[in-house]
Design a binder for this molecule. Sequence first.
Ligand SMILES: Cc1ncc(COP(=O)(O)O)c(C=O)c1O
Length: 371
Amino acid sequence: MKIKKTNVALPAIHEMGRKIQQLSAETGQEYLFLQRGINSVVNIELNEVVKSIDFNSKEIQTYPPSQGRAELREAINNEYFGGKTDISCISICGGGMPGIDNAFQITDVRKIYLPVYHWGNYHNAMKIRKIEYAEYDSFESLNKIISDIKDCAVLLGDPGNPFGNKYDENEIFAMIKKLNDNGTVVFYDSPYRRVFYDKNDNFYQRLLDIDNLVILDSFSKSLGLSGQRLGFVHSKNAEFNHEMAVRLAFATNGTNAFAQILVEKLLTTEAGKKAVTDFKTTTVAEITKNIKYLKEAGFIANEFYHESVPIGIFAIVNVSEDVLLENRIGSVSLSKFTLSHKQEASKYSRVCVSVNHNKFVEFFENMKAKI
Ligand SMILES: Cc1ncc(COP(=O)(O)O)c(C=O)c1O
C-alpha cells in the first residue's frame, strides 16, 4: 500500500507525557505534569448538569446538523456575542483544531503569518494542507510589512500559547482593525480567553464590525472539556460559512450531539452556569498564585513579556526542559514553539500553571534549592 506522507511528526507533548509516566513508574517518584495544555486544578463538576439530559431523546440519538445544533449556536450567541450576531455566522466543530484547520483551508490567501513563538499545530496543519506560512515578531514588525501582506492572513492569539500572555485590549483591537482595513484576514484564535472572562466580556461584540476576521474558540480550556472535542468558528462572511458547513458535512457528518447538548446546558441552565463559575473561579485563583510565585522566585522569563503580561494558563520559565525534568517537572522546551529561534529558545520552557498551587511551589522550591 502506497502512503501519501505528510512528513509531520506527532506533537512533542505526547512524547514528554510518555517519558514522564515511564520515569515515574521506574523510580516510584512523583512527577509534576506541567507539559500539558489543560486546566488541572479541578475538574468541572458535570454530574448535576448531566441529570437534565435525556439520553434517549432523538436529539442525542440522531445526526446533528452539519453546522451544529441551533440551540447551542444560540447559546453561544448569547454567552459570547451578547445576542448580537446571527447564528448563521457560527459553526460548531469537533474542538478548536478542526475549526482552525478548516478555516485555514477555506480562506484564499497567499500566506498565513504566525507569531514567531506559536503553537506548533498551526504550522503542522498548514504543512499537511500545503498552505504557505511565515513568522512575525511583534505588532511593530507587522506594521512594518503591512503593505506587503494585503493578500495574506495573520494569526493572533490572546492569551497566547506558549506564552500565556495577554495584550492590552485596545492595542489588540487596533491591530485587528488595521489589518482588516488593509485587506489582511485575521484569524483570532483565543481558546484560553474565556478561562479568565465571563459573559460580561464584550470583546467579541466589538469584533462584530470587522469583516476580514475569523474568530476561533473552543470549550477545551474554558470549560475544561478537552475530552468532549467541541469548539466554534465565527465569521460574518456568508461564503466562508457555506464552505465551512460543506466541509463539516463531508469531512465529519456533524459534530457529536451529546457534547453539544452538554455545553448548551452548561451555558444556559442554572446548574450549568454554577458548574462553570465554580470551575473558573478555582482554576483562575490557582493560576494567579502560580504566576505570582514564578515572578517572585525569579523563574519567569521576563524577556518575553515586554508587550504583554503573563496571565496563564501557560508561562515561560528561564529553565531548560532537561533541568526541569531532572527536578521531576514536565514541561515543553520553548524551542518546540518556533521554527526560526530554536537555539536561543532551548534555554526556556513552557510550563502549565493551571495546577494546584501548593504542589507547584513544592516542586519549584525543591529545584531552587538545588540550582
Ligand atoms: C492556541 C490553541 N488554539 C487552539 C487549540 C485547540 O484546542 P482543542 O482542539 O482542544 O479545542 C489549542 C489547544 O491546545 C491551542 O493551544
